[in-house]
Each structure stands twice: as structure tokens, then as C-alpha cells.
Design a protein around this ligand. Structure first.
Ligand code: FPP
Length: 245
């Protein structure tokens, strides 16, 4: 497990941090609390992490809140998670608007309850001109589904004669992903000790630094984030080029 270290030297703050928030259930079990309590504390960590990232000058923060596979959880837990998302959106819209944060939600929103879709539309509309930080929440999101959707769009554009085979390149593909208007993540953090991407940002992760930390998501705090940023700074990103001498 990474230990929190005070930051001695100026650090490069990653432009885009993406987080797979994991371990709410284990956090609750360790305390003999119901799983929903872990998710509640997870929602507190969402607010806290947003504030810290804004304070540190992170441009984009993306949080994986609910995967396309999470629909297979027991209905009561899905309801709890939707309830927390509803509560978060209702409570935070004004705050995000005032703090200059632009909120986007990515994923298959057609599967969400209509009132949540309406709240998302309202939050995205009210914060669309904000530019201090971009907060993206992935809900009902799966990267393979995102890639299949982009492929279908490309095939349709090709069939209509709008896109030749030669024009199908990385840019044509990236511009059809949910993340078309944000940079790829520089740093992807997964909490709770699991070391997988679990269908999160598979295309966008091409050059991201991956960091797996043991902390359960509800315990993720400023010290954990600063430690992650220090680890990111200790790595050398080469994008396939030779190391600098
Ligand atoms: C993983 O923990 C976490 C989730 C499936 C949901 C993440 C949700 C939140 C942080 C709260 C609501 C979100 C917002 C945006 C308000 P797990 O249940 O898989 O934990 P476990 O692996 O320890 O069982």
C-alpha cells in the first residue's frame, strides 16, 4: 500500500484524473454496516474529491459511478445507488454552477429513471459554460459498448458516403466516443486493491498511468490523492519513445 507522503517539490498536476471508485461494500462490511452506508460514504468522497481536484487545479476529473454490469446487482442495491445519484444531482447542481464546474454524465442514460435523466439534462445545461473544471460522471457506462456505438456510427457515415475508408483513423474514432471533447486521462486510479480496468475507458486509457491503491473509496481523501499525484510524478511517460537521458 502506498503511504501518504508530504509533497516536497512542486508537482505536475495531471490534467485529467479518472477514478474507478471501488471498495464501498468492503468498507461497510469491515464496520459491520449495511452496504448502502458504504455507498453513502462513497458519495461523500465524490464531493470531497471534486473539491480537492478543483483546489489543486486539475482540469478534468472523471468518476466511474455505475457500470453497465452494475445493473445485474440486486434491485435494492441498484435503487440505493440511483437514490444517491438523484440526491447528489439535486444537492450539487447549484454548487457546481457557482463553483465554475461543468458537469457531464457519460454512459447509456436511456436505462436510467426519467427523473434522473431530467436532472442530468438540467445539470449539464446549467453548467455548460463553466470552465474551472470538467467533472464527468460515468453512469450505466461500459467502454466496450461505447466502442461498439462509435463503430456503428462510423459504419453508418461510411454507408452514407460521408466517410471514406482512408478517413477512418484514430481521430475519427475518438470523436465518436462519449469523451470526444475532453483529453484522455493522464492518470487512472483504482481504489480498494483490485488491479483491473473493468470495462472503463479502454480506448482512452492507451497512454494513461495506472495506479492501484489499497484505500477503500469512502476513505479516499486529500492525502491519498496527493500520494497518487506524487507517484504519477515519479513515473516517466514516454509514449513509446526512448527514455530521456
Ligand atoms: C464500488 O464499490 C462502487 C460502486 C459500484 C458505486 C460507486 C458509487 C458511489 C461512490 C456513490 C454514488 C455516486 C455518486 C456519483 C453520487 P462496491 O460496491 O463494488 O464495493 P465492493 O467491491 O467492496 O463490494
Amino acid at each position: 500500500m502506498l503511504e501518504a507522503q508530504p509533497i516536497a517539490e512542486p508537482q505536475i498536476v495531471p490534467r485529467h484524473i479518472a477514478i474507478i471508485m471501488d471498495g464501498n461494500g468492503r468498507w461497510a462490511r469491515k464496520r459491520r454496516l449495511p452496504r448502502v452506508e458504504g455507498h453513502r460514504r462513497g458519495a461523500d468522497a465524490v464531493r470531497r474529491t471534486g473539491e480537492i481536484c478543483k483546489e489543486l487545479g486539475v482540469s478534468c476529473l472523471t468518476l466511474f459511478a455505475f457500470s453497465s454490469e452494475n445493473w445485474n446487482r440486486p434491485a435494492a442495491e441498484v435503487d440505493d445507488l440511483m437514490g444517491l445519484l438523484r440526491h447528489y444531482l439535486r444537492r450539487e447542481i447549484g454548487e457546481l454552477e457557482r463553483n465554475g464546474i461543468r458537469l457531464s454524465v457519460i454512459g447509456d442514460r436511456t436505462r436510467l429513471p426519467q427523473d434522473i435523466i431530467d436532472l442530468i439534462d438540467e445539470a449539464e445545461f446549467r453548467t455548460q459554460s463553466n470552465s474551472v473544471m470538467r467533472l464527468t460522471i460515468a453512469v450505466s457506462y461500459g467502454a466496450q459498448d461505447e466502442i461498439v456505438r462509435a463503430t456503428r456510427e462510423i459504419a453508418a457515415a461510411h454507408a452514407r458516403g460521408e466517410l471514406s475508408l482512408d478517413e477512418i483513423d484514430e481521430q475519427a474514432f475518438a470523436s465518436r466516443l462519449y469523451t470526444a471533447d475532453i483529453p484522455d486521462p493522464d492518470l487512472i486510479i483504482r481504489t480498494s486493491g483490485e488491479q483491473r480496468l473493468s470495462n472503463f475507458m479502454l480506448w482512452q486509457a492507451a497512454y494513461a498511468e495506472l495506479l492501484f491503491v489499497d484505500t477503500y473509496w469512502p476513505d479516499f481523501d486529500k492525502s491519498a490523492l496527493l500520494t497518487a499525484i506524487a507517484e504519477y510524478n515519479a513515473r516517466e511517460r514516454r509514449y513509446g519513445a526512448r527514455p530521456a537521458r
